[in-house]
Design a protein around this ligand. Structure first.
Ligand SMILES: C[S@@+](CC[C@H](N)C(=O)[O-])C[C@H]1O[C@@H](n2cnc3c(N)ncnc32)[C@H](O)[C@@H]1O
Length: 251
């Protein structure tokens, strides 16, 4: 599930990772941009649908258009049992805190919740929103900061499990203090993992011609799906072969 989908750059990957009995839920204001008070990107339902049709036509997807704060209760009632949730919608303090509460309510044990734009001066409402969420009793536990995102899960035990896996994948042991938590893994832009480390992680169910096309898309094509420009050296869209090897081993 993602709150704040824009043109679907991350959401499409999530949709491709769903299992046969799962669906991916997309929540965005989309064509209600007059409600986008902090102007955190401008979703567009037509562009999103076109990207979905091109890159993940077989995926089970549900789309909710509206303000995630107003939709919070109905989302919680109708969509429990999520194992991955990306929070990247409205960037105000109150919106972020509400979206995190929704994520907590929907998360299965061990689910991962990724919050975008943490510690950004230009989107300070996100960090303030996380503070508000913790202050008002939020129970998600952070385990890793990666560039621009903080990743949380449902218990300290799961946090230790994920952090340990990431430490070995990235071969790093850098930890930081983060809010009331000590020892949160910090991965920065210099850290690299190798493709071999993905063995054992399931390949996307819907991986097929469309996913291969996505993997092989030129940076320019992917760029159309996001306002975020690629790095100058093109490294934002590194290619590697983990999906192909995971697929061929039937993972
Ligand atoms: C930064 S963009 C999301 C980028 C996207 N996650 C990606 O991977 O490309 C933020 C999105 O949040 C949406 N948004 C802003 N405020 C919202 C709200 N209150 N409820 C739902 N969506 C919202 C915007 O329409 C925009 O599409």
């Amino acid at each position: 599930m993602e709150i704040g989908v824009h043109h679907g750059r991350l959401f499409i990957l999530l949709a491709l990772l769903t299992r046969d009995d799962e669906y991916a839920l997309a929540v965005d204001l989309f064509d209600m941009q007059d409600r986008n008070v902090d102007r955190s990107g401008a979703g567009d339902i037509a562009v999103f649908r076109a990207n979905l049709a091109r890159y993940a036509p077989a995926a089970q997807v549900q789309i909710l258009q509206g303000d995630s704060v107003e939709l919070a209760s109905s989302i919680i009632d109708d969509h429990r049992g999520m194992r991955y949730i990306s929070v990247d919608g409205g960037h105000l303090r109150s919106t972020t805190a509400s979206d995190l509460r929704v994520a907590e309510a929907l998360a299965v044990k061990g689910a991962i919740v990724s919050l975008d734009d943490i510690y950004r001066v230009d989107w300070s409402g996100v960090t303030a929103g996380l503070a508000l969420y913790f202050k008002s009793g939020g129970r998600l536990v952070p385990f890793c900061l990666s560039p621009n995102k903080v990743h949380l899960t449902t218990s300290p035990e799961w946090a230790r499990t994920y952090a340990s896996r990431l430490r070995s994948m990235f071969n790093t042991n850098r930890s930081i203090e983060f809010f009331d938590f000590d020892d949160v893994l910090s991965i920065d832009e210099e850290d690299r993992w190798t493709c071999d480390n993905l063995s054992g992680i399931g390949a996307p169910r819907h991986q097929s011609v469309e996913a291969a096309e996505l993997a092989n898309a030129a940076p320019g094509e992917l760029e159309e799906m996001s306002a975020i420009p690629p790095r100058d050296d093109g490294s934002a869209y590194r290619r590697c072969a983990p999906l192909a090897s995971a697929n061929s081993s039937g993972a």
